[in-house]
Design a protein around this ligand. Structure first.
Ligand code: GLA
Length: 361
């Protein structure tokens, strides 16, 4: 569906991968995501009634949400619950919005750790505020989308939504989650980002994520600091979870320095160290993700690591642009015969974040 002349506007919101800085955002830490070429679009017009009605190009069933519909009474397709969560978040944060009618199409695979849900929430919030003539942008848009996740019971940090909103072509985003500042970081020329979905569903991700988050909040409380951002490495030597968070913040800073110097082997080494820390200290990797990152390295990537929450989903690797497709395909093939899982590799560059445009009619 390239254009949808039936509707007046289209919102386009990318998914994301995180280059480095994992499980740091909810502890006021540093992370370095990029917005990717996979994207969610909502083609929409202001609704002629007070109901929002949307269909999905990927999934059957229309979602219809009236002003009185709530999360308990809604009985449409599951993805439509996001409409209610977003309207709650917009109301709480004092934004004007209006019901829309439209269609969603997405190339961000669901539940794969590429922020399909953040992209949908950002897209809906931007569409519904645009329909009221008061579109919200930037970090406020990200905060609304994050609040919608929390309303839905997902205790996520702010990284995914910030990446979807602030994405910049050819740049990674240095997010400082202690003050929500964003610094675009140019990636060295000729470096490609390889993403491989492991074919492993993120079965444990939700419960384990909440557990890890609670554990590092406890660690910060024991140290008497608001977040682990201000903790030093020698304060957390006996706590592997906290050790991961504190050491990962340091790796983000080192990675940004290495990127500035065009030092791709150092960048790769830091990806590998991040993966080891997520596997050994934070314990969110799986044998499959370990194998996949090893294969990417042995096929010639500068370095590789799991990306996102862990427990399945995607890994990323950095490599020379010209070698990227070959590395991705060979590693995926070896992984398939090793695990019997079906991996999905693709090569991406960093793209721009959320935008809304008028469709020519
Ligand atoms: C998920 C969350 C993010 C972040 C990552 C781990 O993607 O939505 O907020 O915490 O996990 O870095």
């Amino acid at each position: 569906m390239e254009t949808s002349p039936a509707f007046t506007h289209v919102v386009r919101v990318p998914g994301r991968v995180n280059l480095i800085g994992e499980h740091t955002d909810y502890q006021g830490g540093l992370c370095l995501p990029i917005a990717i070429e996979r994207r969610t679009r909502v083609h929409f017009s202001a609704s002629a009634t007070d109901a929002t009605t949307l269909r999905s190009e990927q999934f059957p069933g229309d979602a219809r949400v009236e002003p009185h519909t709530n999360l308990d009474t809604y009985d449409g397709p599951a993805w439509g619950r996001a409409i209610i969560a977003v309207t709650i978040a917009l109301t709480e944060r004092g934004h004007r919005f209006a019901p829309i009618t439209g269609a969603i199409d997405s190339t961000v695979p669901l539940g794969s750790g590429l922020s399909s849900s953040a992209a949908l929430n950002v897209a809906l919030a931007l569409a519904m505020t645009n329909a009221a003539g008061a579109p919200i942008t930037g970090t406020e848009l990200a905060l609304v989308a994050q609040r919608a996740e929390h309303v839905s019971g997902v205790p996520c940090g702010i990284m995914d939504q910030m990446a979807c909103v602030h994405g910049r072509a050819n740049h990674a985003l240095l997010l400082d989650c202690s003050d929500l500042s964003v610094l675009p970081i140019a990636m060295p020329a000729g470096v490609a980002v390889i993403v491989v979905h492991s074919g492993l569903p993120r079965a444990l991700a939700d419960s384990a994520y909440a557990e890890r988050r609670a554990a590092v909040e406890d660690a910060a409380a024991r140290l008497g600091v608001p977040t682990l951002r201000t903790a030093a490495l020698n304060h957390v030597v006996d706590d592997p979870y906290a050790h991961h968070v504190v050491s990962e913040n340091l790796r983000v800073t080192q990675f940004v320095e290495a990127a500035g110097a065009g030092d791709t082997s150092r960048m790769g080494m830091l990806l590998d160290e991040s993966h080891a820390s997520l596997a050994d200290d934070f314990m969110v990797s799986t044998p499959e993700l370990d194998v996949l990152t090893d294969l990417l390295r042995s096929e010639g990537a500068f370095g590789a690591r799991l990306t996102g929450a862990g427990f399945g989903g995607c890994v990323i690797a950095l490599s020379d642009q010209r070698a990227a497709e070959g590395i991705a395909q060979r590693a995926a093939e070896r992984y398939r015969s090793h695990t019997n899982l079906q991996p999905t590799p693709f090569v991406t560059t960093a793209t721009d974040g959320a935008m809304v445009t008028e469709t020519s009619r």
